[in-house]
Design a protein around this ligand. Structure first.
Ligand code: C2E
Ligand code: CA
Ligand code: CA
Length: 768
């Protein structure tokens, strides 16, 4: 079975919004977090690097100070005349006292050696103990290149001099070497006099060598001084770590490293900020999730509000428009036909006005339920288009649209119960099938609406299919409208009022009914059953009505008709000043209200329009007789008669026609007459064509008789004649043959009359 399109695209779009939003938020969040993280890492790294650079500078400074301290300490003992004397004399006790353990304990030198001019060791101290001078041999390999370096510089500086003291005073050679695997400062300096008291020939100088190991204790001291945690010295081979300062020889070769556990303030900050940051992230994430859930609910709600009717839960006009648009596009591409139904509750305004708006809403709701049952069972989509209007879309299927429309109308047949009250209601349906015609949504809607209008105009509680015939009927009506307007504009040319006499049981003229005739521009007579509804529909009826009233009043002034009855359309009565206008017109012509009767139909009363009710009451009070036309064809409710003070009914021609055909019909007519008379109403029978009908109706108790048997409607002049004839004879006994009573005569009149007669006879029968 063909299916309707699912939720309209827009609804899906609205519902998908939160997901898109979620994706967007996630992307933005990840982007933000990523960027933030990268930035944070960059900053942390930078801080850490700067901190390290500062620490490295401190470490280097510590090493430098350590080295400078060796040189300074050594200088204090080597620029000393007493020392020169002591080394020259080989004064061991003096040397031991001033270059021995004291240097270990006070200056922190691990070793102290003195070499003579030929670089032979003359004194040795190591590890705080004075050692045999030969101990130097253990270190000679490492130390002698340094001593050689110093010597060659001294030679160059003091070349050609008698005394080298001034030239070599500032010379010294300090460098790092590995001693026993430990980076060690080795500093060599000449021992020179501190004053002019002594002189040294170049090449005779003694050399002092100081050894100081850069070991754990040194590292620790530097660490304490400069705040380097876990400072240590490691040999060069084991160290590739960047957090180190090299301990390098003069030639640039690192022989070890000062290392420490770097203080990383950035990382520390990150570690401290990390947990709260994570918490904020988690909370933020949770908030986003909650917000998203909320917005998902909101989106769902939004979709519901935007596309659903709140009262009935049905799709609303917007949703309907979308589905229709979709279906009509598909149909245009040959992807399946469908039918559009417009459903409207009849006289909904009445329900609202009489039972109140809550009851009206309830009726709409219950109607929606009933219609939806039909819709669901045929795979159709029902929507509420507003107020009392519904739309139905059915995909093409085996069921004929007419069948579905019939079911929709039938669904309303049983009464509704609203507030404990029984309420009868009905719907009118306009149908437009997409097959073989313009399938655009707008055309579908417009033409379904025309069909709906037709169904309403034809009396409601029914459906109409939009067809080519309907289309041409509408075109025809438009043509009639245009011609009617033209007639009215050119001094009512082609319009004429004819008069049909009405007699009593003894065939005495009692009055006449005015009937409008119209000859269009091409000269053909258009029956009132055709042009009156067009005039009503197109807003011309009041103008036509006024034309008739003027003609009638003019004739009343000139004639002796006791009264003339004029047909009044429900639309005329709804005009707010209708009664006043009648009163004014009668006064203007100088006529008594009794001389005018107005024929209204039951629809006027059923419509229950406030203005109409007021007009009827005012007219009755004023003294105009109101007659209920076509009685028996509608609700035939006698309560209306009482309620509005209507004093006359006109039994419809259809009852008169079938009089004598069966007993049942006769019984109905008798009952109507009896009831009306018991209510003190005058009863007129219309469309009396035969003697038998006449006598039977009179026998039943009809007060007045109208029909071809008496006379067909006559033009004003002819009417004038028989009105005066009758009045002339009224002084004496009423003579039936004073007016054209017999069939033959009526027929003669009929055929003579250019604007009525046989046409009406035949035409009337056809058009009623
Ligand atoms: P109606 O008010 O029921 O008028 C009576 C109709 O029955 C008239 O048709 C009349 O010509 C026709 N008729 C009279 N006697 C006989 C008869 O013995 N046999 C048959 N078969 N028909 C008979 P008409 O003139 O065609 O008018 C049709 C309807 O048009 C009227 O029905 C009335 O409702 C409406 N109408 C006519 N003139 C006016 C008017 O001036 N204003 C309004 N609002 N409606 C009018
Ligand atoms: Ca009438
Ligand atoms: Ca009638």
């Amino acid at each position: 079975m063909p299916r309707l399109p699912p939720l309209p695209a827009a609804e899906r779009l609205v519902r998908a919004l939160p997901n898109r939003l979620a994706l967007l938020i996630a992307l933005i969040s990840f982007g933000c977090i990523g960027t933030f993280w990268a930035f944070a890492l960059f900053v942390v790294e930078n801080i850490d690097r700067q901190a390290f650079e500062r620490q490295a500078a401190f470490a280097a400074q510590g090493l430098q100070e350590n080295r400078d301290a060796v040189i300074k300490g050594q200088e204090g003992s080597t620029v000393w005349s007493d020392a020169v004397r002591a080394v020259r004399q080989g004064d061991m006790p003096w040397l031991e006292e001033n270059f021995g353990p004291w240097m270990y304990s006070y200056l922190g030198f691990d070793g102290s050696f003195i070499l003579d001019a030929d670089d032979r060791p003359v004194f040795a101290m190591f590890g705080g103990l004075t050692r045999p001078a030969s101990t130097y041999g253990l270190y000679a390999d490492v130390i002698s290149p340094i001593v050689d370096g110093l010597r060659s510089r001294m030679t160059r500086a003091s070349e050609g001099l008698d005394d080298s003291t001034g030239a070599v005073a500032d010379l010294g050679f300090t460098d790092y070497r590995l001693v026993g695997g430990v980076p060690t400062i080795i500093s060599a300096k000449p021992i020179i006099p501190s004053g002019d008291d002594l002189q040294q020939r170049p090449g005779t100088e003694f050399i002092h060598i100081a050894l100081k190991r850069v070991d754990a204790a040194t590292a620790n001291r530097i660490g304490v001084q400069y705040g380097l945690e876990k400072a240590a010295v490691v040999p060069s081979t084991r160290n590739e770590r960047p957090t180190a300062v090299p301990i390098s020889r003069e030639n640039g070769d690192p022989i070890g490293f000062l290392v420490w556990k770097p203080y990383q303030p950035g990382t520390a900050l990150l570690q401290r900020l990390g947990p709260p940051l994570l918490l904020v992230l988690v909370l933020g994430g949770l908030t986003v999730i909650v917000l998203l859930q909320h917005s998902r609910r909101s989106a769902k709600e939004l979709a519901r509000l935007a596309f659903k009717d709140q009262a009935t839960g049905l799709p609303n006009r917007t949703a309907f428009g979308m589905i229709l648009e979709d279906l009509s596009k598909k149909a245009s591409h040959g992807e399946g036909e469908f039918a559009l139904f417009l459903v409207d509750i009849d006289r909904f305004k009445n329900v609202n006005d009489t039972l109140g708006h809550p009851a009206g809403d309830e009726l709409v709701r219950q109607t929606a339920e009933r219609l939806n049952e039909v819709a669901v069972s045929h795979s159709c989509e029902l929507a509420r288009l507003g107020g009392d209007e519904f739309g139905l879309l059915c995909p093409a299927q085996t069921d004929d649209p007419a069948q579905i429309a019939e079911l929709l109308v039938a669904a309303m047949r049983s009464p509704f119960v609203i507030d404990g009250q029984q309420v009868f209601s009905s719907v009118s349906v306009g149908v437009r099938d997409s097959r073989g015609k313009d399938k655009s949504a707008s055309a579908m809607l417009r033409e379904a609406d025309i069909a709906l209008y037709e169904a309403k105009a034809r009396g409601r509680s029914q459906y109409r299919l939009f067809t080519d015939e309907l289309q041409s009927a509408i075109a025809q009506r438009s043509a009639i409208e245009a011609e009617l307007r033209a007639s009215l504009a050119s001094a009512a040319s082609g319009l004429e009022v004819v008069y049909q006499p009405i007699v009593d049981g003894s065939r005495q003229l009692v009055g006449a009914e005015a009937l409008l005739r119209w000859k269009n521009s091409s000269g053909s007579h258009v029956p009132p059953s055709i042009f009156i509804p067009v005039a009503e529909e197109r807003g011309l009826i009041s103008e036509l009505g006024n034309f008739v009233l003027d003609q009638v009043c003019a004739l009343l002034v000139r004639s002796d008709f006791p009264w003339i009855a004029v047909n009044v359309s429900p639309i005329q009565l709804r005009a707010p000043d209708f009664a006043e206008a009648i009163e004014k017109r009668l006064a203007g012509f100088g006529l008594l209200p009794e001389r005018l009767q107005l024929e209204i139909t039951e629809t006027t009363l059923i419509d229950d329009d406030e203005n109409s009710r007021r007009a009827i009451r005012a007219l009755v009070n004023f003294g105009v007789v109101l007659a209920l036309d076509d009685f028996g064809t509608g609700y035939s409710s006698l309560t209306y008669l009482k309620k509005y003070g209507i004093s006359k009914i006109k039994i419809d021609r259809s009852f008169v026609e079938s009089l004598g055909a069966n007993d049942e019909n006769d019984a109905i007519v008798s009952a109507m007459v009896l009831l009306a008379r018991s209510l003190n109403k005058t009863v007129t029978a219309e469309g009396v064509e035969t003697e038998q009908q006449f006598s039977r109706l009179v026998a039943i108790g009809c007060d007045q008789i109208q029909g071809y048997f008496i006379s067909s409607p006559q033009p004003a002049e002819a009417a004038l004649r028989f009105s005066t004839q009758t009045v002339d004879d009224m002084g004496g006994a009423a003579q039936p043959d004073n007016i054209p009573l017999v069939e033959g005569k009526a027929a003669a009149l009929t055929s003579d009359a250019p604007v009525d007669g046989s046409r009406s006879l035949a035409g009337g029968a056809r058009y009623r």
